[in-house]
Design a protein around this ligand. Structure first.
Ligand SMILES: *Cc1c(COP(=O)(O)O)cnc(C)c1O
Length: 415
């Protein structure tokens, strides 16, 4: 695996030059949106290109990361888990220790800082499980910019703790009662609200998805995860990791850590949720089982139903429940730079308990997909190292896991 990825990485173009000016990563990405929205996106892009290079922006973001978020987060060697699995040495990038307990705050603080520089009076977003809403509500509180979160009524009922968090943080929740009353309708509602006053508000996307420039901007705000962990891993071990592993929903935590290793002889593995199995509707493994198409304003690889619309998806981790991936993932996968693996719900729950019990770290169910995959990869590559992006902590998942999977806790293989 190493020899082949070595030569391949060296002959590939410089990945950090992507996307092109129209937002294309190869043929993926772009901005397939109405002209009115396109004008707004062009303005956001121009402002981002200018402001993100300014001394004041860079200094303020750096200070926020250190003093508010608690960065850098550590890289940790999982000695117990490594010994238990027997194989490659497993390391974690501890994004669970980032303020609010996940990587999402990295790009929400960046987006909100951009909004501040642009003099925006409102941050608008949709949320499904509520994690993006909570991160954005945190950023809004920090910058004293009002936050409006659109959320389907079904999700509001399901995700009570995150709804409460957003309210405590001062965000206004807009319940969406149309259609299936979940994420898709919340996206429509949020876009409508944004288009009513695009001059004074800004739409904040929660992953490396959506029209250009969001896949680029969110990746750049998440790049800190890769930059830090590359330096930390080198300092700890004297070498680069052989493998980097991250779960992929929309793909922001994976692009964040991958971006620092694209030009290195390092194998990059994105892990998709295989849910209950490979049947359409039972998983959200978009790259593994999807086809090319346009959705939510960008061209990528996605799961479609028989009418070509976004297919229903399932994952035990609500943060991975998305029928597409960001365009850069589609590009990197189809050009052979990244590998794609999967973890089922069942493998994920076992990994959730295993990491908790061997290392004293309760992972988010999303991140537990990456752990599950790493524990499959490790025995096949005993002389190697694996760096896993632990994208978040699992406190949000504990009630659900014990109610539905409590019986797993007592199994032998989880001791
Ligand atoms: C939202 C979320 C994810 C999935 O989003 P990506 O954009 O694919 O990173 C993964 N892990 C955690 C903890 C999340 O909250």
């Amino acid at each position: 695996m190493n020899a082949s990825s070595n030569t391949r990485a060296q002959t590939l173009p410089a990945h950090h030059a992507r996307p092109d000016a129209q937002g294309f990563f190869g043929r993926f990405g772009g901005a397939f949106i109405p002209p009115e929205l396109r004008r707004q996106m062009d303005e956001i892009n121009a402002a981002y290109q200018r402001i993100s290079r300014s001394h004041d922006f860079i200094q303020e973001l750096r200070s926020i990361r250190t003093h508010f978020q608690g960065r850098p987060t550590p890289v940790y060697y999982c000695k117990n888990l490594t010994e238990k699995i027997g194989g490659a040495r497993i390391y974690l990038k501890r994004e669970d220790l980032n303020h609010t307990g996940a990587h999402k705050l990295n790009h929400c603080m960046g987006e909100a800082l951009l909004a501040k520089f642009l003099g925006k009076k409102k941050l608008i977003a949709e949320t499904g499980a509520g994690q993006h809403g909570v991160a954005l509500a945190t950023a809004g509180a920090y910058f004293n910019i009002p936050v409006e979160v659109h959320m389907g009524e079904v999700d509001i009922a399901k995700e009570h703790p995150n709804v409460v968090r957003m309210k405590i943080l001062g965000a206004r929740i807009v319940p969406v009662s149309r259609g299936l009353r979940t994420l898709k309708e919340a996206v429509d509602s949020a876009f409508e609200s944004y288009l009513q006053d695009p001059v004074n508000s800004i739409y904040c996307i929660g992953s490396v998805v959506g029209p250009h420039p969001f896949p680029l901007m969110v990746r750049e705000f998440q790049r800190i995860v890769g930059t830090e962990s590359r330096e930390q891993f080198l300092a700890m071990t004297g070498a680069l990791p052989d493998n980097v592993v991250a779960c992929v929903g929309g793909g922001s935590n994976a692009m964040g850590i991958f971006s620092a290793f694209l030009d290195d002889p390092v194998a990059l593995h994105g892990v998709e949720p295989l849910g209950r199995g490979a049947k359409l509707g039972d998983h959200a493994a978009s790259l593994s089982h999807g086809t090319e198409g346009i959705m939510h304003g960008f061209n990528s690889i996605m799961l479609k139903d028989s009418h070509g619309n976004p297919a229903p998806v399932h994952s035990v981790a609500s943060g991975l429940d998305y029928p597409a991936v960001g365009p850069e993932h589609a590009y990197l996968y189809t050009t052979g730079r990244t590998h794609v693996g999967t973890a089922t719900d069942d493998e994920t729950i076992r990994a959730f308990f295993q990491l908790s019990r061997t290392e004293g770290i309760i992972p988010a169910l999303e991140s537990a997909h990456a752990i599950a995959y790493a524990t499959k990869l490790a025995p096949q590559n005993p002389a190697q190292t694996i760096l896993v992006n632990l994208s978040g902590r699992g406190d949000k998942d504990i009630d659900f896991v014990m109610e539905k999977y409590g019986h797993y806790a007592g199994e032998n293989h989880c001791d």
